[in-house]
Design a protein around this ligand. Structure first.
Ligand SMILES: *Cc1c(COP(=O)(O)O)cnc(C)c1O
Length: 831
């Protein structure tokens, strides 16, 4: 937990200030100082001598915000004047992290602010660490949305993000005696200086009630919906500044409130709690982020959340469009709506509903406008993660939308019958309603049918979409599926989090490398230059020393910065296979004990990640990692050859410290299961070498960095399917792998859980008999690949490869990804 607020970073102003920060200007520094001081007095309402570090942070953020606001209004006016088409990014998650450093770098104000703050006698790093880490997302999907917001602003694409302003973001993870415990997160507790509450932007969101079919003879099918519950959505805007401060977009998050916050009649009658129940029911909608990752939270409240933010966002988009254009029918040429996964799929029936019932557009036109405006990004093929909702729940909560879904489905099934013939299998497979075991609405199918483009997030994932879940839909609507491989923003994931490396890259590739990442290629000719290699290694070492200090201070584990830092940081999930890494750790431990004087590569195994609170097996894996660490870290025979560290409460701020300090990047998901990954990109960009499966964007990373500069192992996606079809029993594999057999026996014996020998029996059982994720099946090849990593680490090849990784990662910038969305999906020109 304390990791949120790491102690002093090693950067200081006098040494090594990256050259790309603009030269100091005494006037600017003086002006910033005086504004900060006046904010302390006028905003905090305090004498400066009573201000605490928190007041100073708020004052600094507001001082910066003032400057952003002018740019923001300017950007808006420009878009308005040009009648430009806008992109709207709908996402139930935005994993933002801290904004101060982000905004300072992009506004080119880092240096003067740092000077102003230090002139005021404060520690800049302490101040910026006061900012809470905004975690309105679970993992990769939410972080992608945040990277996209930054890239859209950097490319000056007129865009707006829409989501929910959760009062409590992703839970805070505490590791207690090796177990994960969840605590509520309170990012808004001390106020949020970045946001603007828009009291004038409020929409009614309605639920339940009944349909009045009196108008049914209306050939257009307009139906009167008489809802029986209304709540309000109120907008909060956070400005997102693009690189160099040229363009600013808004992230608009909705907060829920009751129309009638307190029933005075009830209150006066003495029922004080009852009087507030309506308020509580309304506010519950924006109270919590669902902390589930890859599995649907099958809860009514979740569907209420989805409709809440979709309806508010669409009403807002239509209002704005009518205000600027005046013709509702021209929507597709002025607005592109991107759905981040199926969570906003209700946008399809909701847009049709608004067009028909509010703006009196006929069915055919409403459907046509909708599909031309909307597009959908698929993020997972895992069957358990494909969202579906019971028809019965729709009937109760969103009767008009179910009506519309049925009508879409009727036309869609008619088209399918023309295409496939009256074939029951293909009809059932493309239907928006899943009829097997209780009727359910398939949100992925709904989004597919209502969109003109459906994209996957890596080449392999998009291909698997065509071949598996959407095979029949793809045959019915060919050319809709396209690929947009994910990316990351280099501003946050290189320039800000790794200023030392950035400085070196500027020396080597020119200052323009900040604007043109393709210039990183210039490193190729330096990859064997001893002087450059030396500087490159020094930067990595500096970052590792900083991480080692945090690990020592906060977790009391001493790690040697010259050891190989082997890092797996991501959500804990069986398909991501932290278990494979954990059992390789055990095998290595056993091998070292067998030959303590052997020529071993010293390693520090670093793990971080949260498990969904209800995911028992994932939580048991966290406990196993911690228990393994307990045994190994306290075994004097191992000395410094192997250490295991589990860093609690993984979030964006933690990633920003761990990524620059990593040597080896673990991307070891079961092939075919990781849609893309973005952690793999952050790590490779910062010079970590990947050990990974042929999965997601790992494949494209291998193509870019070259097969010699990445360690690929394990079964391919087709081999995984084939192996599974033969059953999940791994006895054959264990019999032929003495190493694996020994590891499993140690786990079963309680070697890592002497206080409870049976604790990890469920894990051992899965390894033996339920090897769905192919942990046992891939073990030997993984162990082999790890030993190849050892060999490489000991040779000059390591630094060479590491430099080539940085040199060849430019393509993974989210600027490239967003340019592709803009050009191929949104029809928005990028300058
Ligand atoms: C990048 C990132 C992720 C995604 O990591 P993957 O390895 O792609 O799963 C998750 N959480 C945080 C905090 C991140 O920064």
């Amino acid at each position: 937990m304390a990791f949120d607020v790491p102690p002093k970073r090693l950067r200081s102003l006098d040494e090594d200030t990256p050259a790309w920060l603009e030269p100091e200007d005494d006037d600017i520094v003086a002006e910033i100082k005086s504004t900060i001081l006046s904010k302390i007095v006028l905003v905090a309402g305090k004498d400066v001598k009573h201000a605490d570090i928190h007041d100073w942070y708020i004052a600094a953020a507001l001082t910066l915000r003032d400057r952003i606001v002018y740019q923001w209004l300017q950007s808006d006016r420009a878009t308005q004047n040009h009648g430009a088409k806008r992109a709207y990014y709908l996402s139930l998650e935005f994993l933002i992290g801290r904004l101060l450093t982000d905004a300072l770098t992009n506004m080119s104000l880092m240096k003067p602010f740092r000077m102003a703050i230090e002139d005021l006698g404060l520690d800049f790093d302490e101040l910026r660490n006061v900012e809470p880490d905004a975690a309105l997302g679970n993992g990769g999907l939410g972080r992608l949305a945040a990277c996209f917001m930054e890239s859209m602003a950097s490319l000056a694409i007129p865009a707006r993000g829409y989501g929910i302003r959760y009062e409590h973001g992703l839970f805070r993870q505490i590791i207690s005696n090796g177990w994960q415990e969840e605590f509520p997160e309170q990012w808004l507790l001390s106020g949020n200086p970045w946001e603007f509450e828009r009291r004038d932007v409020v929409f009614d969101i309605q639920y339940s009630g009944r349909l009045d079919h009196a108008e049914e003879d209306d050939s257009e099918g307009r139906t009167l919906w008489i809802p029986d519950e209304t709540i309000q959505a109120i907008a909060y805007d956070t400005p997102i500044v693009g690189w160099r401060g040229h363009h600013v977009n808004a992230l608009r998050l909705w907060s829920a409130r009751a129309v009638d916050p307190m029933r005075l009649d009830t209150f006066n009658s003495g029922d004080h709690l009852g009087a507030m129940s309506e308020m509580a029911r309304a506010q519950a909608i924006s109270k919590f982020l669902y902390p589930s990752d890859e599995t649907p939270a099958g809860r009514e409240l979740r569907l209420r959340q989805e409709y809440f933010f979709v309806s508010a966002s669409l009403q807002d988009i239509l209002n704005r469009h009518l205000h600027t254009d005046g013709d509702i029918r021209s929507l597709p040429s002025h607005a592109a709506i991107q759905l981040n996964d199926t969570h906003p799929s209700l946008a399809v029936p909701e847009l049709i509903r608004l067009l028909m019932d509010r703006y009196h557009i006929g069915w055919n036109d409403a459907l046509d406008i909708t599909t031309k405006t909307i597009s959908y990004t698929n993020h997972t093929l895992l069957p358990e993660a494909l969202e579906t909702w019971p028809v019965e729940l729709f009937e109760r909560m969103l009767p008009r939308h179910l009506d519309i879904i049925y009508r879409i489905n009727a036309e869609h099934l008619a088209a399918a019958e023309k295409h496939f013939g009256a074939d029951a299998r293909s009809q059932a497979s493309v239907s928006l309603i899943d009829e097997t075991g209780g009727r359910r609405v398939r949100m992925g199918h709904l989004a597919f049918v209502g969109s003109h483009r459906i994209n996957g997030v890596s080449a392999m994932h998009s291909e698997l979409m065509r071949e598996t879940v959407f095979a029949d839909l793809n045959s019915l609507y060919p050319d809709r599926i396209t690929n947009k491989t994910n990316g990351i923003t280099f501003r946050r994931w290189l320039h800000q989090c790794n200023p030392e490396l950035t400085s070196l890259l500027q020396d080597a590739c020119g200052a323009a490398v900040l604007d043109e990442p393709e210039r990183l290629r210039m490193l190729e000719r330096l990859s064997d230059d001893p002087a450059f290699q030396q500087r490159f290694q020094t930067v990595k070492r500096t970052n590792k020393v900083a991480l080692a200090q945090i690990i020592a201070r906060q977790f009391g584990i001493v790690v040697d910065p010259s050891a190989l830092f082997d890092v797996q940081i991501k959500r804990i999930h069986e398909y991501k296979r932290q278990l494979l890494n954990a059992i390789e750790t055990i095998a290595l431990y056993q091998a070292i004990l067998d030959d303590p004087q052997g020529n071993w590569t010293p390693r520090v195994k670093i793990f971080a990640g949260k498990a969904a609170a209800s995911y028992r097996q994932a939580k048991l894996i966290i406990k196993l990692i911690n228990d393994i660490g307990n045994v190994i870290n306290n075994d004097p025979r191992i000395r410094d050859l192997l250490k295991v560290v589990f860093i609690p409460n993984y979030n964006v701020s933690a990633a920003e410290v761990i990524v620059p300090a990593s040597d080896l990047s673990e991307q070891i998901s079961t092939a075919g299961m990781e849609a893309s990954g973005t952690g793999n990109m952050k790590l490779a960009l910062n010079g970590a070498i990947t050990i990974g499966t042929f999965d997601g964007a790992n494949i494209e990373i291998a193509e870019h960095v070259g097969e010699e500069n990445i360690h690929i192992f394990g079964m391919r996606a087709d081999e995984v399917v084939q192996r599974r079809s033969m059953g999940l029993d791994a006895t054959d594999i264990i019999t032929s792998s003495p190493k694996l057999a020994r590891v499993i026996e140690a786990i079963e014996r309680g070697a890592f859980s002497p206080d409870d020998a049976s604790r990890f029996i469920p894990i051992a059982h899965a390894l033996r008999f339920l090897d769905h994720y192919l942990v046992s099946a891939d073990f030997d090849d993984y162990y082999r690949a790890q030993r190849a990593v050892d060999t490489k680490w000991a040779s000059p090849e390591w630094t060479h490869s590491s430099i080539l990784n940085v040199a060849r990662m430019a393509w993974f910038s989210s600027d490239r990804t967003i340019r592709e969305y803009a050009e191929d999906i949104w029809g928005i020109p990028v300058i």
